[in-house]
Design a protein around this ligand. Structure first.
Ligand SMILES: Cc1cc2nc3c(=O)[nH]c(=O)nc-3n(C[C@H](O)[C@H](O)[C@H](O)COP(=O)(O)O)c2cc1C
Length: 246
């Protein structure tokens, strides 16, 4: 049984091409209000969102994100940052220390940020917009921080391109539900079979999407992707921003 909201959520696909139609200010305001209504761990609301409309900044950010054209071409690009700077100001108001040395705090901020981001995307889609999240914003965090004037105790977590869709892509199949959703306890005995099944499903999807050019399924893609360290520069950047990560 579906509702309008669940139908919308289950028709998700990332959109990377947009028409030139601008996003009306009142639409963007409604979407960003939804971002702020995401739940938040202990209500710390440890994130900030930077709205980028400037063509020059989008161009620069597109380069920092590894040359992703959609970052430059979208009408609005959002940068979601984990943010303890505002919380430090709150602590200063009361003369207390801010103890954000532990990994836990970074997790809290990253989760809060991601929840706000997903609310944003769903809300945007309900207005007929399309979008894609951009982890590439963590490729060159120092340059991003300089361009956006990020204070200490903040770090970019993800970007998001938003605009009216100018493409209609097929949905990317997900891992079959029985490999992800467990009843009462975690079960492992069927997972190999589920992965074989998903390899076949995803391989057929990619073969169709690329006109036969790429037919590696999900397990092969993940095995390739996860064999190398990802963004190893991030720990040093986070320390520089004031997150010691003990
Ligand atoms: C945190 C996050 C970061 C992402 N970063 C990028 C990115 O930098 N560039 C991009 O084109 N897509 C990016 N994506 C989109 C994913 O590739 C996409 O969600 C995934 O392949 C599933 O496809 P779908 O969203 O169309 O279902 C990101 C998604 C998430 C959640």
């Amino acid at each position: 049984m579906q509702t309008e909201v669940t139908q919308l959520m289950q028709s998700h696909r990332s959109i990377r091409r947009y028409t030139d139609e601008p996003i009306p200010e009142e639409v963007l305001a409604d979407i960003l209000a939804c971002a702020q209504w995401a739940p938040s761990s202990h209500n710390v609301q440890a994130y900030s969102i930077i709205v980028i409309r400037s063509a020059e900044k989008k161009k620069q950010l597109a380069q920092y994100c590894g040359g992703q054209r959609w970052v430059e071409n979208c009408p609005v690009f959002l940068v979601f940052c984990a943010d303890f700077y505002r919380l430090k100001l709150a602590c200063d108001m009361h003369g207390t220390d801010l103890a954000v040395d532990e990994v836990e705090n970074l997790l809290v901020a990253a989760v809060d940020t991601a929840l706000a981001a997903e609310n944003t995307l769903v809300a945007a889609r309900s207005h007929g917009l399309g979008g894609v999240m951009i982890g590439g914003i963590r490729n060159q965090p120092e340059e991003v921080a300089r361009l956006l004037n990020l204070p200490p105790l903040t770090t970019p977590i993800m970007g998001m391109c938003l605009g009216y869709p100018d493409q209609d892509v097929a949905q990317k199949p997900r891992v079959p539900a029985r490999g992800v959703i467990h009843e009462e306890e975690y079960r492992t005995e069927h997972l190999a079979e589920v992965l074989e099944e998903y390899e076949a499903i995803s391989s057929a999807y990619y073969a169709q999407r690329t006109g036969g050019e790429r037919a590696e399924g999900w397990t092969k893609q993940m095995a390739d992707y996860l064999q190398k360290p990802r963004r190893p520069h991030l720990s040093a950047f986070l320390r520089q921003q004031g997150f010691p990560l003990k």
